[in-house]
Design a protein around this ligand. Structure first.
Ligand code: HEC
Length: 84
């Protein structure tokens, strides 16, 4: 991302991140799917790892988490944690 102003880079969603928002809306407290925006990135990364290894029970997130590498999950998590 050389040549991109950091502020702009931060507001751009990494690959895959917009797919999360389809289910994890920014503000839907009553939904079965918890919102991820503004959550600590470490929590999101840890949850993704647990979903992937099957340590955490899931209906759909186990399959979704397997589609992302740790690196991708970290990029998505840090972007989500900066969203309000
Ligand atoms: C098809 C809908 C769907 C999509 C797309 C989706 N999720 Fe989820 N997510 C869920 C559901 C449903 C749960 C609750 C656990 C379960 O049943 O699998 C969940 C749970 C989570 C949790 C745990 C939250 C908590 O507080 O318990 C995290 C973290 C998470 N998802 C991250 C992501 C990320 C990152 C993406 C994008 C790469 C994503 N999800 C895409 C449906 C989705």
């Amino acid at each position: 991302m050389s040549g991109v102003v950091p502020a702009v880079a931060q507001s751009m969603a990494p690959p895959g991140a917009t797919a999360c928002s389809g289910c994890h809306g920014p503000a839907a407290p009553s939904a079965a799917v918890p919102p991820l925006h503004g959550r600590p990135s470490g929590d999101i990364v840890a949850a993704m790892q647990d979903f992937r290894t099957g340590q955490r029970p899931a209906t759909v997130m186990d399959r979704i988490a397997r589609g992302f590498t740790d690196e991708e999950a970290r990029a998505i998590a840090s972007w989500l944690s900066q969203q309000r």
